[in-house]
Design a protein around this ligand. Structure first.
Ligand code: B12
Length: 229
């Protein structure tokens, strides 16, 4: 148990490993303590996120897939991940980057996975986007209403289930029917997606992770606005 471990005495690689173990065991307080310790050692919030939290969640994902972990354990791990993310959030966001655009993002109808989407939201905020996060289980009407209200440059949709990913196509068709598609870039992401699927549903790009999302958002927006680079 963690009470017996003096985290200040651990080497940074050991501490990163501990975060992954504690995330796996759903120990939110311990994850928070280690995140704070790594930040105190001047590791960047981005590295703490990727080398600690995201790496830990990858292990959880593999064991969930292989039937070693079950929903209650994964939920505990998700809670611990969120607790760690809450500390990193203001740090990732406080870049003072000028606003470069608006993003409306949501997890599609029927799907309650939100860790990846929230990570994308944070990284986009950090990159200077104004982010409107519609949450989980977002239906086409909610997407359309938010687009009309906020007039975003980018729509981001997330789906983690093979059964919910086709709904992204439903939203894009509705955008086309309502004459809203042309004004937007549509970025999609989630574990079961790929480039071919994004092309099939006429999204502008599939993004394998949040960093790629930021990169593509900036690049495609610059092209759309006719700005070189
Ligand atoms: C955590 C988790 C849960 C948690 C969710 C908690 C939460 N608040 O999100 C709980 C326990 C609730 C859950 C429930 C279920 N889950 Co689940 N879950 C996972 C798990 C282990 C991790 C997902 C995660 O958070 N990853 C970490 C984040 C950081 O990564 P990410 O989500 O992939 O996001 C990144 C990229 O994909 C990308 N991205 C994602 N979205 C977007 C959007 C945009 C715009 C951009 C730019 C980028 C982007 O950027 C993100 C950050 O880098 C995955 C396993 C896996 N390998 O993904 C299964 C997984 C997704 N679940 C699965 C299943 C089957 C279910 C359930 C149906 C289980 C059940 N029988 O009840 C339910 C579904 C409930 C529902 N209706 O949605 C399957 C899906 C299989 C499939 N192909 O359809 C998976 C793949 C596990 C498996 N291999 O069996 N799950």
């Amino acid at each position: 148990m963690n009470e017996e471990i003096d985290i200040t005495k651990l080497e940074t690689p050991e501490l990163l490993e501990l975060i992954q173990d504690d995330l796996y065991d759903g120990l939110a307080d311990e994850v928070v303590a280690s995140v704070n310790e790594l930040l105190a050692r001047e590791m960047t919030p981005y590295d703490v996120l990727n080398q600690g939290l995201v790496a830990g969640m990858d292990i959880v994902g593999k064991d969930f897939r292989d039937g070693i972990l079950f929903v209650p354990e994964v939920l505990m791990a998700a809670k611990a991940m969120k607790a760690g993310m809450e500390i990193l959030r203001p740090l990732l966001v406080e870049t003072g980057a000028p606003q470069i655009g608006t993003l409306v993002i949501g997890t599609v109808k029927g799907d309650i996975h939100d860790i990846g989407k929230n990570l994308v939201s944070m990284m986009m905020e950090g990159a200077g986007f104004n982010v409107i996060n519609l949450g989980i289980n977002t239906d086409v009407d909610a997407f359309l209403a938010a687009i009309r209200e906020h007039k975003p440059d980018i729509l981001g949709m997330s789906a983690m289930l093979t059964t919910t990913m086709p709904y992204m196509g439903v939203v894009i068709e509705a955008l086309e029917e309502q004459g809203l598609r042309e004004q937007l870039l549509v970025l999609v992401g989630g574990a079961p997606l790929n480039d071919a699927f994004a092309e099939e549903i006429r999204a502008d790009a599939y993004c394998r992770d949040a960093a790629v999302g930021v990169e593509k958002a900036k690049k495609l927006l610059a092209i759309k606005r006719g700005q070189p680079n």
